[in-house]
Design a protein around this ligand. Structure first.
Ligand code: ZN
Length: 383
């Protein structure tokens, strides 16, 4: 293996090496070559020296750290009824953000124009650092080859739309790389990236207006061959027999256990709620109907997730999205454990996500950085 500057950056970024000596030890490169690689990274401001082994002796800094201020990302998280745009540093720290009302049913052109205008304004306000790339999260399966939405069950008119090219063009920056990912995938990656102890595999269940799952294996999102991995909202369940889902079919898990479904059940009981967000507001007030129905939704979801957990055997199961609450967590646990062998769940942590809605922004920014600062990309750029 040839260790270029990008490979050295990788070692510094994930903390495996913090000194030139450690880099030499791990890579087997000579001291001279290590110095060249580090100098290239210092020059590009991607790493910085911290401390000076001897402050008065004029020695070069001993410890090296990733410089998250070397650039920024522009990100957009598009949900069914709203979108959020943000500018982050290269560690995913949010520097500026704006929430927008959008309706994905208006189609990709209208929605992405609004998102791009707001993102361009945010980027214009914080223009001193170079833009590494742009990320867009969509509530849709994303084809891993074309990076386009792939037969989205709840995004009419978005199938195969060239989101990346369109956003780059709308921003007036056709050269900027645009990364497009599924919403549950980026939420999973965002949570993963902020864990102090990272499991080898993580499964995240996002229960908002719809239901989706994201998986991170060995530090990478698992999309499946067609980008459909984790789209579990449309698995058929007996509890939903004869109930129409937003995708047009009947019997889907989302038809009875999504935020949209719980909102409908609450409306039937006289509450003025329409979306997952409205349910979230009622849950926050401790409304007994919202708590009971969300717990019931959790039980139904847990029955489906039990199969996924048995197949994947992850180290961590996180619940996120609008309905993520103690009620949802109880419901999922109630049906998950009886339906799985102890071996599959013995070491499984089952918790609420830690980042809330920010998980998506952090995750899509992290995906831009993972792509644009991959060893290969950096080696090419600094060659
Ligand atoms: Zn469906």
């Amino acid at each position: 293996m040839i260790f270029g500057p990008g490979d050295v950056l990788d070692l510094v970024r994930d903390g495996r090496a913090t000194t030139r000596g450690e880099i030499a030890q791990i890579t087997g490169l000579s001291r001279v070559t290590v110095a060249q690689r580090v100098d290239a990274l210092l020059e590009a401001r991607l790493v910085e020296g911290i401390g000076t082994g001897d402050a008065t002796g004029g020695r070069r800094p001993v410890r090296l750290a990733f410089n998250a201020d070397a650039g920024r990302t522009g990100v957009a998280v598009v949900e069914t009824a709203h979108a959020e745009v943000a500018v982050t540093d290269l560690a995913g720290t949010i520097r500026g953000r704006e929430l927008l009302d959008v309706d994905v049913a208006d189609g990709p052109e209208v929605t992405l124009r609004r998102v791009s205008v707001a993102l361009a304004a945010l980027l214009g306000r914080d223009a001193d650092r170079p833009l590494l790339g742009v990320g867009v999260s969509l509530p849709s399966p994303i084809d891993p080859c074309s990076s386009r939405p792939s037969e989205p069950p709840i995004l009419p008119g978005w199938d195969a739309f060239p989101v990346a090219g369109h956003v780059a063009e709308q921003l007036g920056r056709p050269e900027v790389p645009v990364v497009v990912r599924n919403d549950a995938d980026v939420m999973a990656y965002g949570e993963f990236s902020r864990l102090a102890e990272r499991p080898r595999s993580l499964f995240l269940l996002k229960v908002s207006t719809g239901i989706g799952a994201g998986m991170v294996f060995d530090g990478r999102i698992f999309q499946g061959d067609d980008g459909a991995a984790g789209d579990i909202g449309h698995v058929r369940v007996p509890q939903a027999e004869g109930v129409r889902c937003q995708c047009g079919a009947t019997g889907c898990l989302a038809a009875v256990a999504s935020g949209r479904a719980v909102a409908r059940q609450l409306r039937d009981r006289g509450h003025a709620v329409h979306s997952g967000r409205d349910v979230q507001a009622l849950l926050a007030q401790g409304d007994p109907d919202a708590v009971r129905l969300t717990r019931e939704a959790g039980r139904t979801i847990g029955g489906v997730v039990a199969t996924a957990i048995t197949l994947v055997n992850p180290g961590l199961l996180l619940l996120s999205g609008d309905l993520a609450s103690p009620a949802l967590l109880s419901g999922v646990r109630e049906s998950l454990y009886p339906a799985t062998l102890p071996r599959a769940t013995r070491h499984l942590g089952v918790h609420l996500g830690h980042l809330g809605g920010d998980g998506s922004l952090v995750g899509i920014a992290g995906q831009v950085v993972q792509q644009e600062l991959s060893p290969q990309s950096v080696n090419e750029r600094l060659a």
